[in-house]
Design a protein around this ligand. Structure first.
Ligand SMILES: Nc1ncnc2c1ncn2[C@@H]1O[C@H](COP(=O)(O)OP(=O)(O)OP(=O)(O)O)[C@@H](O)[C@H]1O
Length: 345
């Protein structure tokens, strides 16, 4: 599925629109046993290919130490790759770093990315100038951004007097000050209060709908599921899987579970269970539960078939498959191909 879209070389920007990562590697020098121990290298990113098109929120997932932050820092021009290429609308993140920086911005939840000895407004002014935003435009944009993140009243207060949440909201405004064509979000909602996290998700979804390309890493997988159209899963710096959240869940056998309680089970309802490939679990108070794990919405057909077979339904529960389950299965190698439930008849 990872199409090699001929984007190398200095071809026209339109031909190479989007961020395209090819065979990316990053080695860090490390000392194994303290300061005077022997030197070796730690390969944090090991041959990654990623495509981050405009107008889509692309997820980058993996367990701790998978190489997500290193990858994002390379995309943000903060780290140089050891080998491989990253092109942003055809521009190289090493050779054309300055031009790339005008097109991208980074919001990293865990890191303080603003100056505490300046006010919120001064921070935005400073970063806006760094990004070459014309002054007249910057003035209005700062007001809009302060309003967006709810800091208008605190605009002229020193950041050292901000709460953690306020500082983080300012970091979000800082990340948007150059109206980036591509937004890199590394755990953006880490430590944010629920309403602010929700507002940030809304803003990110709106930006993507308006054409911004977004790369998101997050430990909150419901957030990833809500926002991302496409997700890459990596482990130890290497590609593990990719697809939409639904595709990943289906591919790992992480299906939704339908549980129908039948109060008068008999041979005919047992035959329905067998036909659908469902399992039967006797219930302590009598009756049984017919349980079916399947990627599609099979609750209706299953319940209808049970009723047709003379079964009385005491209850119906549907548990959605979680992306978390899919990622864990991928990471520990227990992902199994989806069993095909018999849907006929
Ligand atoms: N400057 C560095 N020097 C040496 N090793 C590093 C350095 N930065 C990262 N690493 C190592 O590279 C690997 C990838 O780290 P990275 O921070 O990119 O992972 P991550 O997927 O973002 O993890 P997390 O979810 O914990 O933030 C880890 O094993 C880490 O210890």
């Amino acid at each position: 599925m990872t199409g090699k879209t001929g984007t190398t070389g200095t071809t026209g920007a339109t031909a190479a629109a989007g961020i395209h990562v090819r065979d990316l590697r990053k080695d860090f020098p490390v000392r194994d046993k303290g300061l005077f121990g022997p030197r070796s290298t730690k390969r944090a990113v090991d041959g990654l290919d990623l495509d981050i098109p405009a107008g889509r929120i692309t997820g980058l997932l993996g367990l701790n130490g998978a190489g997500k932050t290193t990858t994002i820092k390379i995309l943000a021009t903060l780290l140089r790759p050891s080998s491989g290429t990253v092109r942003v609308d055809g521009l190289d993140t090493v050779a054309d770093a300055r031009a790339v920086r005008r097109r991208i911005n980074l919001i990293a939840g865990g890191e303080r990315m603003v100056y505490t000895r300046m006010t919120g407004r001064e921070n935005l002014w400073y970063f806006g100038q760094l990004y070459d935003v014309p002054k007249a435009e910057l003035r209005t944009r700062i007001d809009e951004l302060l309003d967006l993140v709810g800091l208008t009243d605190a605009a002229d207060t020193m950041v050292e007097r901000y709460s953690r949440g306020m500082t983080q909201r300012l970091a979000i405004a800082r990340g948007l000050v150059n109206r980036p064509a591509y937004l890199l979000l590394d755990e953006p909602t880490l430590g944010l209060d629920a309403p602010i996290a929700r507002d940030l998700r809304r803003v990110v979804a709106e930006l993507a709908a308006a054409g911004t390309g977004v790369l998101l890493t997050s430990h909150y997988l419901t957030e990833v599921e809500e926002l991302c159209g496409h997700v890459y899963v990596i482990s130890e710096g290497r590609h593990l899987a990719q697809g939409s959240p639904a595709e990943l869940k289906a591919a790992t056998g992480s299906h939704r579970t339908v549980r129908v309680t039948v109060t008068n089970p008999g041979e005919r309802t047992a035959a329905v269970a067998a036909r659908f490939g469902a399992t039967r679990e006797p219930l302590p108070g009598g009756g049984e539960a017919i349980v079916l794990r399947h990627p599609d919405d099979v609750a209706g057909p299953l319940a209808a078939a049970i009723v047709e077979a003379g079964g009385s339904i005491g209850g119906l529960e549907i548990a959605e498959a979680s992306l978390e389950d899919a990622i864990l299965r991928l990471a520990d190698g227990t992902a199994v191909p989806a069993p095909e439930a018999a849907m006929a008849g």
